[in-house]
Design a protein. Structure first.
Length: 299
C-alpha cells in the first residue's frame, strides 16, 4: 500500500503535485491552510473529500509523508512547529519543493526521519497548467540520506516526472541556473517587445511577432547546443551591426544599453567556444564591448 500524505500550503505547486499523487493512489489525510476556505477549494481541485480541509497542523500528525508547499521563507519555521508542537511521528518524512534550500532546513529534532527536497524544474503559472506539465518534467532531488532519495524517486515517478539528484552544496547555483533559464528569458522577451513598441507596434502585436524567432532560437540551443545554435552579428563577426545597435539604444532606449552590453559580452564568450569566429575578430569585438561597457557603467 502506498504511503499516506498530508499537504501544508495548498498553492499552485502543492495542489498540482498533490492531485498527481492522489490520482496515483497515494491516500491523502489532510489539506492544511491558514484559510479554511482555501483548503476546501484545494480538496475539491485535488478530488479528495473536503472534510480533510483544516487550519490545524495537528491533522498531519498521523500521516507518513508531509508536503511543505509553503513559501521558501516559511519552510524552516513550519517544519520546526511540526516537530516541536505538532508531535509528528519520528518516521514521518518531510518534503519541501524549494529549488534554493537544502532538505536539512527542515531538521529540528534528533530523529532520522527522511528529509527531502523535490524541485520540479518548471514554472507554475497556475495549478492546472503545472499539473499538465508535470508529466516528464525534470525534478531535482536532494535529501539527508538514501531513504529520502528513494522516496523522492518514488514520488517523482508517481507525479510523472523524471528524477535527477543534486548535491546539497550546489543547490543555490542550481537555482540561479533555473532563474536565468526561466525568469530572465521572460525578461529578455519583455525587453525585445518594448523595443518593437518603440518601432510603432502595439504590445499585443509585438510579442506574437517575436514568438517564432524565440522558439526557433530555443530549439536550436537545445538541439544543437548553445554554441552551435547561436546566430546573429556577434558570432558572425559583424562589429558594424553591433555599433549601430548601441547607437540606436543610446538614442532611443538607453535603459536597455547595459543589458545589451552585458549579454553581448557573454555572447562573445559563447562565440569563442563555438569555434566559428576567428581570433582576430573575436578580440576586436570583445575589446569593443568591454570598452563600451566600462564607459556605460561609469555613466
Amino acid at each position: 500500500m502506498k504511503q499516506s500524505f498530508a499537504l501544508i500550503g495548498p498553492g499552485r505547486v502543492g495542489c498540482a503535485i498533490s492531485k498527481r499523487l492522489y490520482q496515483a493512489g497515494y491516500p491523502i489525510t489532510a489539506v492544511v491552510s491558514r484559510q479554511k476556505q482555501r483548503a476546501i477549494e484545494a480538496c475539491t481541485y485535488i478530488g479528495c473529500s473536503t472534510k480533510l480541509a483544516s487550519i490545524q497542523y495537528t491533522c498531519a500528525e498521523t500521516t507518513q509523508i508531509i508536503l511543505l508547499a509553503v513559501p521558501d521563507d516559511s519552510i524552516e519555521s513550519v517544519a520546526h512547529v511540526l516537530q516541536t508542537k505538532g508531535k509528528t511521528q519520528k518516521q514521518t518524512a518531510l518534503v519541501h519543493f524549494s529549488g534554493l534550500h537544502s532538505a536539512d532546513i527542515m531538521s529540528h529534532d534528533k530523529s532520522t526521519r527522511p528529509l527531502l527536497s523535490l524541485h520540479p524544474l518548471l514554472p507554475f503559472p497556475d495549478s492546472q497548467t503545472a499539473f499538465n506539465n508535470l508529466k516528464q518534467c525534470p525534478c531535482a532531488l536532494e535529501g539527508n540520506g538514501e531513504e529520502a532519495l528513494i522516496l523522492g524517486k518514488q514520488l517523482t515517478t508517481a507525479i510523472g516526472g523524471a528524477p535527477f539528484t543534486l548535491n546539497q552544496n550546489t543547490k543555490v547555483l542550481y537555482h540561479a541556473a533555473a532563474c536565468i533559464a526561466s525568469n530572465y528569458l521572460v525578461t529578455l522577451a519583455a525587453s525585445a517587445r518594448d523595443l518593437l513598441v518603440k518601432c510603432g507596434m502595439k504590445p499585443g502585436q509585438a510579442t506574437p511577432l517575436l514568438q517564432p524567432l524565440m522558439q526557433a532560437s530555443l530549439n536550436n540551443a537545445i538541439n544543437l547546443g548553445p554554441e552551435q545554435g547561436l546566430s546573429g552579428p556577434i558570432v558572425r563577426g559583424d562589429i558594424g551591426t553591433v555599433m549601430q545597435h548601441l547607437q540606436a539604444l543610446k538614442d532611443d532606449a538607453p535603459e536597455l544599453l547595459q543589458s545589451y552590453l552585458s549579454m553581448g559580452q557573454l555572447t562573445a564568450d559563447v562565440s569563442e567556444k563555438s569555434g566559428r569566429l576567428n581570433q582576430e575578430m573575436l578580440f576586436k569585438i570583445q575589446q569593443f564591448l568591454s570598452t563600451e561597457a566600462e564607459k556605460t557603467f561609469k555613466d
